[in-house]
Design a protein around this ligand. Structure first.
Ligand code: DAH
Length: 370
């Protein structure tokens, strides 16, 4: 049976619009196909309206066929819309750069404030409060730590993380600090009821590292340390240190000092004055005290440097044979150097903070300045 020409035309239209809907790859394209087909001046709308031109005998059949075409188009578009919406959600969920904790776009669009923009160290309202929500940022200690870690990872150091609650062995014994040593005085250490303690320095990780890695190795480990002592502008019961340890067949004080110089110039981004003094620490021999000229007063003397013009920043030395032994290494085969960097002090130097107690105060007015 031959089909009437209008039937052929309606069938062709059905195929054409089914293809065009299928080819849409996003909701915007689908919307434009919808307008082209079913809009006021759309092609399918025009076909439906054309019933006036059809011979009377065919009117009924044409009306039914054109209405069916319209329905097919509408259904295809609705189905496609659902599929595209689902695909968009799936793509967003699969994209692991989508951060649900990000603030709204309006907040992100606000210009971040420059460091120190809102003035003094502890007083005053921080800026931007009237503008609504403020952007968060890293704590100054965290920034300094991240920068130091970047310098050391570029020199091949592993970044490790060790517990704040430690054994007496790791914190003292293994570091050649026997029971009678003044550093073990009750004044200095927070002891826990179970015989463990809050680490008094990050050196507690040294022997842990020696037991974890086969030599040669180089590693840094940072974190909170705790001292049972009175607080003032340069002493806090809880502060941050970063320990460095390098173990190799042959090491030298020259290599140690060069590494420390590289570190300090990279972190403080300027030429700094340093001085080296002999220093006694039971776990290094020889031991040194590397002092940094106070960046607050440029050596003139202020409360941060106890009027001396210098800050004890970096005690360091060659690892004591007893410590190597405690770490299971033969001192005839292996040597090492170590340092314990005062991260809190370094942050104070870098940002011109006059009192260490601000750092962990949690005072938003202080933190908003960085
Ligand atoms: N652990 C020492 C302290 O907290 C600092 C220190 C001194 C660390 C000398 C070292 C070192 O690695 O070699 O006072």
């Amino acid at each position: 049976m031959n089909l009437a020409p209008w039937q052929v035309e309606l069938d062709a239209a059905r195929d054409l619009w089914a293809d065009r809907v299928a080819l849409c790859s996003n909701l915007a394209e689908l919307r434009s196909v919808q307008v082209d087909a079913l809009g006021k001046n759309g092609a399918v709308t025009a076909l439906v309206r054309r019933i006036g031109e059809v011979a009377n005998a065919d009117k009924r059949a044409y009306g039914q066929a054109s209405a069916a075409l319209k329905l097919v188009c509408e259904t295809a578009i609705a189905d496609k819309q659902t599929a595209l919406e689902l695909a968009e959600v799936a793509a967003e969920l699969a994209d692991d750069t989508f951060d649900v904790t990000l603030p709204p776009a309006a907040v992100l669009a606000q210009k971040p404030r420059a460091p120190g923009q809102s003035g003094g160290q502890s007083g005053g309202q921080s800026g931007g409060q009237s503008g609504g929500q403020q952007l968060g940022h890293l704590h100054p200690l965290c920034r300094v730590q991240t920068d130091v870690e970047a310098v050391f990872t570029s020199m091949g150091f592993a970044v490790l993380d060790y517990p704040e609650v430690e054994s007496e062995f790791n914190n003292f014994e293994s570091l050649n600090i026997p029971g009678w040593h003044p550093a073990r005085d009750m004044q200095d250490t927070f002891w826990l009821d179970n015989g463990l303690l809050l680490r008094t320095h990050t050196s507690s990780g040294q022997v842990r590292a020696m037991h974890t890695f086969a030599p040669p190795f180089r590693a840094i480990f940072a974190g909170k340390v705790f001292r049972y002592e009175a607080t003032d502008a340069s002493h806090e019961h809880t502060f941050h240190q970063l320990e460095g340890l390098l173990i190799d067949r042959v090491v030298s004080v020259g290599h140690l000092l060069d590494s420390m110089r590289t570190l300090l110039s990279a972190i403080l981004r300027r030429d700094v004055q340093v001085r080296l003094r002999p220093g006694y620490f039971p776990f290094v021999e020889p031991g040194f005290e590397l002092d940094l000229q106070c960046q607050l007063c440029a050596g003139a003397g202020c409360s941060a440097c106890k009027q001396s013009g210098w800050l004890e920043l970096l005690p360091c030395g060659l690892v004591h044979p007893q410590v190597l032994r405690a770490g299971g290494l033969d001192p005839a085969q292996w040597q090492g150097w170590a340092f314990g960097l005062g991260l809190s002090r370094l942050a104070m130097m870098r940002y011109g903070i006059g009192d260490v107690r601000h750092l962990l105060s949690g005072d938003a007015r202080f933190l908003a300045q960085f």
